[in-house]
Design a protein around this ligand. Structure first.
Ligand code: PGA
Length: 250
């Protein structure tokens, strides 16, 4: 039985003082939540947010990480730095990193392998653009993103990996994939994982949906067989909207 995993990707929002205040309220409010809860603030907010949720079950994640141990990589942050402040989870391959910062599947794979070597948990994002969907390329794109993104990952390491299916056209646009469409894409992703890692791994892998998830659509999405959680952007920025989302199965 897969436990629901609800994550908030704060993207480039909230300054450290706002982030800490919100995180502290969320930690209290999430105490009785029946789901796994994660929040991903910007790098500069991480120390304050880790402190604010201390003692709670809220997981704090980074939105990105470098694929080297240390050295001359101006502007980058390493796994070791994250782990030193108590951050053991990272989002990789988000469509905004692919789209605006040229991250390829091969590059994302390097980060996946390096983060795994460093014992980190990973939320790996995949998803097609509108053009790809309309061009009938959904399965081809997901196959490439999963095959290349998870190349070299072992069956055992898959317990450290969550997949987030985020159709690019549904991110921040208010357009949500229908629960049927999302569930079909999730079922396809699960079949790819089964082909690569076997049925036990496929059964246990959490596949989140992301793209305009909000209090009004979360229950319907989460009720589908292959949807095991959500990666929430805009609606994760206030407790007012995020709380009903993490309480979606109550
Ligand atoms: P959104 O973003 O909920 O604002 O659409 C989701 C995401 O990009 O993770």
């Amino acid at each position: 039985m897969r436990k629901l995993y609800i994550a908030g990707n704060w993207k480039m929002n909230l300054v450290p003082s706002e982030a800490a205040e919100y995180a502290a309220s969320l930690a209290k409010a999430a105490k009785d939540a029946d789901v796994k809860v994660m929040i991903a603030p910007t790098f500069v907010c991480l120390p304050a947010v880790v402190e604010a949720v201390k003692g709670s079950s809220v997981i704090v994640a980074a939105q990105n990480v470098n694929d080297h141990e240390s050295g001359a990589y101006t502007g980058e942050v390493s796994c070791k730095m994250l782990k030193d402040i108590g951050v053991n989870t990272v989002i990789l391959g988000h469509s905004e990193r692919r789209q605006y910062y040229g991250e390829t599947d091969e590059f994302i794979n390097k980060k996946v392998l390096f983060a795994l070597e460093n014992g980190m948990d990973i939320d790996l994002c995949v998803g097609e653009t509108l053009e790809e969907r309309e061009g009938g390329k959904l399965e081809e794109v997901l196959t490439r993103q999963i095959e290349v993104g998870l190349c070299g990952v072992s069956e055992d390491q898959m317990s450290k990996i969550t997949i987030a299916y985020e159709p690019v056209w549904a991110i921040g646009t208010g357009k949500t994939a229908t629960p049927e469409d999302a569930n079909n894409a999730h079922a396809f992703i699960r079949s790819l994982i089964e082909r690569k890692f076997g049925s036990t791994v496929a059964e246990n892998t959490i596949i989140q949906y992301g793209g305009s998830v909000k209090p009004s659509n979360v229950k319907d999405l989460m009720s589908r067989e292959h949807i095991d959680g959500a990666l929430v952007g805009g609606a994760s920025l206030t407790l007012e909207q995020f709380l009903p989302i993490i309480n979606c199965n109550k």
